[in-house]
Design a protein around this ligand. Structure first.
Ligand code: ME8
Length: 530
């Protein structure tokens, strides 16, 4: 069923398409580093794919219905609508502040979304996949999830808690059910036929054993509150917030108009990026809903790990929320983006510490990349008439450096396609290491006196290597790489992956602007904790 895995495919209108989504975030709280992290990873991949010639659709947005959001609006003393308008704007602002390149921002309170949810519901009902019954069991508002008695754990004072630690309440109400139990075998067959559907592998194994353990029918409507999408033809019910939320991915692809250019081009989505907390909803319920409605499941769901703050769970009640705006202000936007993608193997849990980010900024960025660019560009500025050097024949050392730069894209592609962002950076930084060793070995400052022609060739090979590095690092640090490429006088239209290699090589004699440092060292503020 999944077609065009990883490499994209010819869509409507030609060219390869790539549809990537973040979870839509609950508007019960202020956005924190965890939300920024998921959005960032999608932005990095969306930018990579655009540079690689794909027609990308990058979606993010907010999840605005359900009991949790309704309760948060009550605490804030606002109507749910006023409350969601206000908090959704915070998420939209964060997306802009972090320089995310999303093509759409969906809100589940929009009319297009209500229509899509109701159309999906009608389709499921018409196909006999939904029936009316009554639910009695445990519900955790914090997780917006139902739990079986057997899943509960013992909390303090003999209180039962959800396996996530969330409080549970007993719910008894009339409810529509989705016949999830009937999908167990077809889900397992789907996982089997599409080995890349769930990443990383550890999550895939977890999902497969959960489904093998047996599936119960899923309650998909609530009657005890009304902040949700009304169930068609039965207004006493609102849809369970997860059927509403998951539908956002097809709403934004034009559903229910499955003949629309948008839908034909972008559905099924190439990747739903999520955190590991919501894998069950995305890898079990969502493909079951879609298959039951006769629609294609997404091609891949990737669940990344969890950030903690100096070893502690990040939570409002612990007062240790990491505010992404604070990080951008203190360390710089691109520096923060780099750190988040480099520090922790993507897929693993990660721990934030001020020392770790300072080390990355001063080591990887200021020393390795920043110094390389600064040394080379200022030598060219001083010794080559502030223009791309005139090069002579390449030595085997020059060829070796250039060929490692030329090989970067092919090495990086499979790493991006498997969401191994940290490895992509490691691979790029290996070439930075090669380039720094090459500068030391060639010693252009000595050649200046002994063999100026050779110096020019060495500086040319280095400038060309830096051009490759800057083009490939753009997805992670778009603003800083734009500055580097400006300093190499690479035109804006010549910064895509098609311009890598000898075809787009710097032209000797091209005038270069005065070089400026792009990656300053991070100096701890007086009395700061950096
Ligand atoms: O679950 N570390 O929304 P949500 C890493 N509305 N990522 C984190 C994180 C942390 N400490 N904290 C949050 C919902 N995240 C639903 C989704 S989708 C159809 C509906 C990220 O606001 C991570 O991506 O609780 C996680 O999955 C998501 O925020 C949960 O956001």
């Amino acid at each position: 069923m999944a077609k065009g895995q990883d490499t994209g495919e010819e869509g409507v209108g030609g060219g390869r398409s790539f549809y990537i989504t973040t979870p839509i975030y609950y508007v019960n709280d202020v956005p924190h580093i965890g939300h920024a992290y998921t959005t960032l990873s999608c932005d990095v991949l969306a930018r990579f794919k655009r540079l690689d010639g794909f027609d990308v659709h990058f979606l993010t947005g907010t999840d605005e219905h359900g009991q949790k959001v309704e309760k948060a609006s009550q605490v804030a003393g606002m109507t749910p609508q006023d409350f969601v308008d206000k908090v959704s704007a915070n998420f939209r602002d964060l997306v802009a502040a972090m320089n995310a390149s999303n093509d759409d921002f969906i809100r589940t309170t929009e009319t297009r979304h209500t229509e899509a949810c109701q159309a999906l519901w009608r389709e499921l009902a018409a196909r006999g996949e939904i029936y009316l019954g009554s639910y009695s069991g445990w519900y955790a508002v914090r997780d917006e999830a139902y739990y079986a008695e057997s899943e509960l754990i013992d909390g303090p004072a003999g209180k039962k808690l959800a396996p996530t630690g969330a409080e549970v309440e007993w719910v008894e109400e009339p409810s529509y059910f989705f016949k999830l139990s009937a999908w167990q075998d077809r889900l397992l067959a789907y996982y089997e036929a599409n080995p890349d559907f769930i990443g990383p592998d550890s999550r895939r194994n977890e999902v497969v054993s959960f489904v093998k353990g047996g599936l119960l029918d899923l309650s998909v409507s609530r009657t005890s509150f009304n902040w949700g999408v009304p169930v068609p033809d039965d207004p006493a019910h609102v849809m369970y917030v997860w059927i509403d939320a998951l539908t956002n991915y097809i709403t934004a692809a034009g559903y229910p108009d499955t003949d629309s250019a948008l839908y034909r081009r972008f559905w099924p989505a190439d990747l739903h990026m999520i955190g590991k907390d919501i894998i069950r909803f995305h890898a079990v319920y969502w493909p079951a809903f879609l298959m039951a409605a006769g629609l294609e499941p997404p091609k891949r769901v990737y669940a990344h790990g969890w950030w903690t703050n100096e070893g502690q769970k990040i939570s409002k009640s612990l007062g240790n929320i990491i505010d992404p705006y604070d990080l951008f202000a203190r360390y710089g936007l691109d520096q923060t983006r780099y750190f988040l993608m480099r520090e922790v193997p993507f897929g693993n849990d990660g721990d934030f510490s001020p020392r770790a980010i300072a080390n990355r900024i001063n080591g990887d960025l200021a020393n390795d990349l920043g110094n390389l660019a600064q040394r080379v560009l200022s030598m060219i500025g001083k010794n080559c008439g502030a223009a791309v050097p005139q090069r002579g024949p390449f030595s085997p050392e020059d060829e070796a450096l250039l060929s490692s730069a030329h090989g970067l894209l092919d090495a990086a592609r499979p790493l991006f396609d498997s969401q191994a962002f940290h490895k992509a950076l490691e691979t790029i930084w290996a070439v930075i290491g090669d380039a720094n060793r090459y500068v030391d070995a060639q010693a252009p400052w000595t050649l200046r006196k002994t063999d100026p022609d050779r110096m020019a060739t060495v500086l040319y090979a280095l400038a060309e290597t830096i051009r490759h590095l800057a083009i490939l690092i753009q997805p992670f640090m778009p603003e800083s790489c734009a500055k580097l490429l400006d300093q190499l006088a690479v035109e804006e239209g010549a910064r895509g992956f098609a311009d890598l290699g000898a075809n787009g090589a710097l032209r000797p004699g091209t005038a270069l602007p005065k070089p400026e440092g792009v990656f300053p060292r991070y100096v701890e503020e007086e009395g700061g904790e950096g």
